[in-house]
Design a protein around this ligand. Structure first.
Ligand code: URA
Length: 242
């Protein structure tokens, strides 16, 4: 009970006693003591507003799963605070763990080219992962590690309010939707997460290994552009060849 509500009750009681003509009232010692305690208690702080930075700070201190033990830096994700597109990968690799930035290794360079082919820069989108700490030896994150980390991504999505989420690879979509369906069957078909349209596509690391699937990935990204009411920029033939 707050001090002001205790005071209000006391004032009501005194007014009632005065109406009854009483000049004296008895207050039990423990009631007097609790009034004193309530008066000395500092007012409760309003809940702190959640921001991308407060989430990143919480991630930096997180020990909710064993991945914290092997990390150099946490990788909360980065980019525009109000992006049209949120890209979600699996988890940081060695370079991301060193820099604390998502998708900066070889796969990240291909992701950058995919984003630019769509007519965006990395700064205009947001890039994150399902898990924010590097799994040892770049192994796939375990379901319980993804489940422990998912609340951070959920909060990021609520703040970012992206128009579309693009998941990269089988693990990212599995982490979001808890599905066991393979990426080959899932890719290219719209699904939904927290009310946001999600387009699953291949992971850039997979595309580096199997370049023949780049065409399918580009089809998926074009579907995203259509959903956003955008046209892909004119093809730069020299870039497409890379
Ligand atoms: N692979 C991912 O899934 N995420 C990264 O940040 C880097 C590589």
């Amino acid at each position: 009970m707050s001090f002001s509500s205790i005071l209000r009750d006391l004032a009501d009681y005194l007014a009632y006693e005065a109406e009854e003509g009483d000049r004296e009232i008895e207050i039990a010692p423990d009631v007097l003591k609790s009034l004193g305690t309530a008066a000395r208690r500092p007012p409760a702080a309003p809940p702190a507003a959640r921001t991308l930075q407060t989430i990143a700070d919480e991630v930096a201190a997180c020990r909710k799963c064993p991945l914290h033990a092997g990390r150099t830096r946490t990788v909360p994700g980065q980019g525009s605070a109000h992006p049209e597109i949120l890209f979600v990968g699996e988890g940081p690799g060695a370079e991301e763990d060193r820099q604390g930035v998502a998708f900066v290794g070889r796969a990240g360079q291909l992701l950058t080219r995919m984003i630019e082919a769509m007519g965006f820069s990395r700064e205009q989108v947001f890039i994150a992962n399902v898990v924010k700490c590097r799994p040892p030896g770049n192994r796939t994150p375990l379901p319980e590690e993804m489940a422990a980390c998912l609340p951070y991504l959920r909060e990021q999505i609520a703040l970012l309010k992206p128009n579309v989420i693009v998941t990269l690879g089988a693990t990212a979509i599995k982490g979001l939707l808890h599905t066991d369906t393979g990426i080959t069957r899932l890719r290219g078909k719209w699904v939904s997460f927290e009310g946001v349209d999600v387009m699953p596509t291949f992971h850039p690391a997979y595309l580096l290994r199997y370049p023949k699937f780049k065409k399918e990935a580009w089809d998926d990204l074009q579907a995203v552009l259509r959903r956003l009411g955008r046209e892909p920029p004119p093809v730069d033939r020299k870039r497409r060849a890379r």
